[in-house]
Write a protein that binds this ligand. Structure first.
Ligand code: FAD
Length: 366
């Protein structure tokens, strides 16, 4: 489920799914408010580049001359999800024995959560960044709390699995205390839709299953989707724009400095006054630190007018996924490996919108 694919929902695998404890989502059994999908309801089209490494994200310390450099990058399609946890691991590597201010490179979700954790530990922070929100990949994300497309499962090692699970578990707890309007985090029911039975449990999947409460198969007649196999779980969804704004505010309020500066080479880091540097440059790490494994995976999204009554998400065959957020209904999507141009293509957006329109044309209530 963690390899390339859809928003991750479709491949969530569960042992012996029970059909007990169904929670009524709407008054009428099996009904959900449909999304009103039409080309003239599209309010924006966006594309972003996921910073993907087949062997998984990097959290590692190394010496840079007399300085300590800690990496925290390469989170693919799961960076919003893993942010607090991956940054926790990075900060725990960076701070022992450190004195004085800490430099953080990048102000996407990794840079900002790292900065906050450093501040919480009592150290001053300066963020050095080429671009600030909203000009980051993190602002483009759909924001579903799910570690999707973060590793090629055929390359999973025990060490990376442990790192992933540790990051996911800390992030899961940390996001829960931010639920509410201020940080743009809320709980939402997710549905995986399939034409085939969903079965089998992968090694990492089984370690994370308890992070997906109320997971079960939904019987035909208890859902309106035009697919024979439907699975649900409850998860969080993050509005990245609001979340990043709040983190940037918190960082500044706690005395953090933000310097707009793009580094061309790692050698330039030697000029920084800080002796500990945490690298959160996402895809930028490819050029800055020569990580040739890091590749862009472009994702294109169409965003429809908001529909507050739609309080669910789904993923469906063909790479389709939908998350309903306060700032719009997010329709995905694509996973275009190796495409490094963060621009939308009209034909692709049309195809995404049409795919969702057809799904709702088959919507039915019991
Ligand atoms: C379409 C799409 C949908 C997604 N959906 C989800 C989802 O539902 N859930 C989820 O968890 N994740 C999702 N993701 C993935 C998520 O967006 C990324 O994993 C995450 O944003 C990576 O965060 P980051 O902070 O590492 O990188 P970025 O947000 O790219 O931030 C990198 C920062 O480093 C700075 N920087 C880069 N190079 C340099 C340099 N040389 N010098 C100085 N500064 C530099 C940049 O300016 C920027 O501030 C999605 C991504 C896309 C594209």
């Amino acid at each position: 489920m963690l390899a390339a694919g859809t928003a991750g929902l479709a491949a969530l695998t569960l042992p012996g799914c029970a059909t007990t404890m169904a929670r009524p989502v709407t008054a009428k059994r099996g009904c959900l408010p449909p999304v009103n999908v039409a080309p003239d309801r599209v309010i924006r089209r966006v594309a972003g580049l996921r910073p993907y490494r087949p062997s998984g994200f990097v959290v590692r310390a190394e010496a840079l001359g007399s300085k300590r450099l800690v990496h925290n990058y390469g989170h693919g399609g799961g960076g919003i999800t893993l942010s607090w946890g991956s940054s926790r691991l990075a900060v725990d590597l960076a701070l022992p024995g450190h004195q004085g201010g800490v430099a953080v490179l990048g102000s996407g979700v990794m840079g900002l959560t790292t900065a906050r954790l450093v501040q919480e530990a009592g150290f001053p922070v300066t963020i050095y960044t080429a671009k600030l929100p909203p000009e980051t990949t993190s602002n483009i994300a759909g924001g579903q709390w799910y570690p999707s497309s973060v590793v090629d499962s055929s390359l999973l090692t025990p060490a990376f699995s442990a790192q992933l699970v540790a990051a996911a578990r800390y992030a899961y707890r940390r996001y829960q205390i931010l639920v509410g309007e201020e940080y743009g985090v809320r709980w939402m029911r997710n549905y995986s839709l399939s034409n085939r039975p969903m079965s089998g449990v992968g090694s990492v999947d089984s370690l994370l299953l308890d992070l997906f409460p109320e997971a079960k198969d939904v019987a035909a007649g208890d859902h309106p989707f035009p697919y024979p196999y439907v699975r649900q779980y409850d998860g969080m969804i993050v509005d990245p724009g609001r979340f990043l704004r709040a983190l940037e505010r918190d960082t500044r309020l706690a005395g953090g400095k933000i310097v707009v500066r793009e580094f061309q080479t790692a050698d330039q880091l030697a000029q920084l006054p800080e002796t500990t540097i945490i690298n959160c440059t996402g895809l930028g790490s490819r050029a800055l630190f020569g990580d040739a494994e890091l590749e862009p995976v472009r994702g294109q999204l169409a965003v429809l007018l908001p529909q507050p009554e739609v309080e669910y998400a789904y993923s469906a065959p063909g790479g389709l996924y939908m998350f309903s957020r306060a700032d719009g209904v997010i329709l995905g999507g694509t996973h275009e490996h190796g495409v490094g141009v963060a621009e939308t293509e009209p034909n692709t957006i049309d195809r995404i919108v049409e795919g969702h329109r057809q799904l709702f044309a088959g919507f039915r209530c019991a």
